[in-house]
Design a protein around this ligand. Sequence first.
Ligand code: SAH
Length: 266
Amino acid sequence: MKLVNATAKGKVYITGAGPGDPNLLTLRAKSLVESADVIVYDNLVNPAILDWAKPGAEKIFAGKLPYCSTVTQETIHLWPLDHARAGKQVVRLKGGDPLLFGRGGEEAVFLREHGIDFEIVPGVSSSLAAGAYAGIPLTHRNDAQMLLFVTGHTQRSNKTGLDFDWPMLAKFAGTIVFYMGVRNLEQIATRLVEAGMPAGSLIALVENASLPQQKTIAGTLADIVDRAREEVIGTPALIIVGEVVKYHQQINWFAGIQAQLKQQIA
Ligand code: SAH
């Protein structure tokens, strides 16, 4: 019989689960998932990753669905805390990288405030996967010397619209990646043009980056809304604005093996 160590010190590992393909987790993330007592995971985490958990590990869905919150952030904060206090090794799995639009920072502050030990394990962010798997280099020696990550959705944006410094974005001489922006695509494209970005500027949408069902569409600020409607782009998806989108057709290596991957799944 295994003795329970009542004095075991619990710890929370705020861990990046990568963009979707389970092969894109770090080795550290994989071994933590394998040894965790409790796994608290978000909806963008590929469920296949949970199969690595040891028998008896508790798996808790934190239910952060896009654009709505089925569980309050306070409750989500409390789960890892309570389990760590009970001496458990808790893996808090978040899609992509936990500190990029993942509220991992808030959860770390909360744990610190409550005296709970934690570590942060970086992950492959969806924007990096979208770049790689759609063949869009986010930086390029000739075409983009800067890169900007922006949220395409804010708490207030539903009511008052996105209150960014649009002229700054329109002038930005590099690549802009919008996370969580698909619902606001029309607003983003329109506001960029109104603020002075040429309507012919290139833009791409990458849905389900790194997964067999990945979908990429490319266009211009002027036609992307119609194209997204025609192609029925859903979530999760990223918006990439910049000259580097022109490389998509040329570098798009993943399309060649997607059909094969889809067959394997069917
Ligand atoms: N921490 C995550 C981002 C969380 S915000 C990361 O580093 O990737 C959630 C947003 O990420 C989604 O609305 C979408 O814009 C993007 N996203 C996450 N996974 C994605 C995927 N596989 N393909 C495209 N976009 C994705």
